[in-house]
Design a protein around this ligand. Structure first.
Ligand SMILES: Cc1cc2nc3c(=O)[nH]c(=O)nc-3n(C[C@H](O)[C@H](O)[C@H](O)COP(=O)(O)OP(=O)(O)OC[C@H]3O[C@@H](n4cnc5c(N)ncnc54)[C@H](O)[C@@H]3O)c2cc1C
Length: 533
């Protein structure tokens, strides 16, 4: 059977859109399938109150088009979800991307047909399409998870998962609201909902170390200055460890005096964005004593900001150090707990037993009544979106089985036994300030497909040796990192998902420049490390 397309891309977020743009430019016949009804991925789905960037808006934006850079103005240093969604829609319109995107089209299966060197892709409605190449752009944080608390479906008020937030506004005025979850999303939601809710009850299992975002508006003059500095800014993002504007300070924590240390941390705590996490002393995520000292500093801040010290202690993480999980950035988050309409329930002390028709029942029989329950319970991260598609490779091998003990990839892009399947932002690639990695990833994949076309190749596969070398390399980079000793989505743990209770190394924790150098080397060698036919 002839292929319907040269390339099918799954997902129309930042990754899928840019991949479409690049491949269409080269004249490939491309189709994008997207579950949602619009573009944007993360910024389409996560419409919860308070959703916004933790990356500086301008450092997050696409950098590939000068025209786009020139014409788009950001209104805040950390744009809110509506603005980012508008931006991505603007990109889709400007480059006329929509005509190759099929919305409301969830891919449920993709099966490799070895005789024809093609993939057969099946949508939820049963329609099937054949394609030579398959590109997954399905997102590292796109498979939401609900808690496994009994009775979730029985609640008679309104319930919303933050990543499946309704398009029409949800009003909190005078309402009794519950938020379950205090990760990055929970923190953003809580600080916003607390402004108007009649009463807000926060159910917290694991407190996270949060730090101030220090967001502010961008004036037209400031925007002009930012634009003039774009070339240097993007060049900097190429050089930094994780593509942020911030990068580790070359000093170690105990190289400086306690006074200098405190002054440095005060400065970082007072600055915009991820500096306190990404721009700190270089050993804060590897040296236990350094990490403990920084954690003490941030704990002091929390104690200063929260009036009730019993509540403050509940908000200070005790089972992990600062920065070893994703740091939520906040705006007056801790002060929320000084408000009379906000209550914190530590579910380690009083576990939730049941969601009831009226609200939430905790151990000991207390029943809280609510009008709205918000589930800020996050994602089955990195591999979750893959697990939700029935990928079958050579001889019907299931990807989920192949990755049962953690992903095995070549450069985070290819998988042995899954020929012609290429992943953008798949496991084992660099996270950080993600669009910078996406642009590189997409360009690398585009280069490989151009090479395939020029050489008449119809089958591209990673080798066993290539996969094991890369996978071992990724694992070795994770050794010694304190974050890999902690349960979090970054180590593949999700208590609400069966089979996700064992830590894995799913993300590349080396530097982005080192990652790119390795991939460039493979290109320069004419992809000799791949099996090509
Ligand atoms: C609330 C939130 C805030 C974030 N803030 C930042 C930030 O400040 N800085 C940063 O760098 N990163 C941030 N991220 C990470 C963010 O996910 C990435 O920056 C980026 O948006 C990923 O783009 P993507 O296109 O790879 O994936 P996504 O944006 O997740 O897009 C994937 C798309 O694939 C679609 N899809 C998945 N499975 C299927 C299927 N089976 N069939 C059809 N379609 C499918 C999904 O519907 C989705 O539209 C944030 C994430 C979240 C959730």
């Amino acid at each position: 059977m002839a292929s319907d397309y040269d390339v099918i891309i799954i997902g129309a977020g930042i990754s899928g859109l840019y991949q479409l743009y690049r491949l269409r430019e080269l004249g490939f016949r491309v189709r994008v399938f997207e579950t949602g009804t619009g573009v944007g991925g993360t910024w389409y789905w996560n419409r919860y109150p308070g959703a916004r960037f933790d990356s500086e808006s301008y450092s997050y934006a696409y950098s590939f088009s000068q025209d786009l850079l020139d014409e788009w103005n950001w209104s805040e240093h950390f744009a809110s979800q509506p603005e980012t969604e508008r931006y991505i829609n603007h990109v889709a319109d400007k480059f006329d991307l929509r005509r190759d995107i099929q919305f409301s089209s969830r891919v449920i299966a993709a099966h490799w047909q070895d005789a024809a060197h093609q993939w057969q892709v099946t949508l939820e409605d049963g329609s099937r399409y054949a394609t030579r190449f398959l590109i997954t752009a399905i997102g590292p944080l796109s498979a939401p998870t609900m808690p496994t608390i009994p009775g979730v479906e029985t609640f008679q008020g309104q319930s919303c998962h933050t990543a499946r937030w309704p398009k029409e506004p949800v009003k909190f005025e005078g309402k009794r609201v519950a938020v379950i979850g205090t990760g990055a999303t929970g923190v953003q939601t809580i600080q916003e909902v607390a402004k108007t809710a009649g009463h807000l009850t926060v159910f917290q299992r694991t407190p996270n170390w949060c730090a101030p975002l220090h967001n502010s508006k961008i004036s037209p003059e400031e925007m002009a200055t930012l634009k003039a500095g774009y070339p240097e800014m993007f060049a900097r993002c190429q050089e930094t460890f994780a593509c942020f504007l911030h990068t580790p300070d070359p000093r170690r924590t105990f190289d400086v005096s306690p006074q200098q240390r405190d002054a440095f941390w005060e400065k970082l705590y007072g600055e915009r964005g991820f500096g306190i996490w990404q721009g700190n002393f270089r050993d804060i995520l590897t040296d236990r004593a350094a990490n403990a000292a920084l954690s003490d500093f941030v704990a002091r801040k929390i104690r200063q900001r929260v009036k009730n010290q019993t509540v403050a202690e509940k908000l200070i993480p005790k089972n992990h150090g600062f920065g070893t999980r994703r740091v939520p950035l906040e705006t007056r988050y801790y002060e929320v707990y000084n408000q009379p309409n906000v209550e914190l329930v530590d579910i380690n002390e009083t576990p939730i037993e049941q969601i009831t028709p009226k609200g939430i029942r905790t151990a000991g029989g207390a029943e809280y009544e609510f009008d709205i329950i918000i589930y800020a319970t996050g994602f089955d991260a990195i591999t979750g979106s893959f697990d939700r598609i029935d990928f079958r490779g050579v001889d019907g091998l299931r990807l989920k089985e192949k990755w049962a003990n953690g992903p095995q990839t070549y450069l985070g892009v290819l998988v042995k036994d899954f020929p012609n399947m290429l992943m953008v932002m798949g496991p084992h690639t660099a996270l950080g300030n993600i669009p910078r990695s996406i642009e590189y990833n997409v360009e690398w994949v585009t280069g490989l497909l151009r090479f395939a076309r020029e050489h008449g190749l119809t089958r591209i596969e990673a080798t066993e040796a290539g996969v094991s070398t890369w996978t071992e390399h990724v694992k070795s980079l994770g050794a010694g990192l304190l974050s890999n000793e902690v349960d979090s989505w970054m180590t593949g743990i999700n208590r609400n998902v069966e089979g996700k209770q064992t830590r894995i190394i799913a993300r590349y924790s080396g530097s982005a420049p080192a990652y790119r150098a390795r991939c460039d080397e493979v290109t320069a060698d004419g992809y000799q490390e791949l099996t090509l036919a």
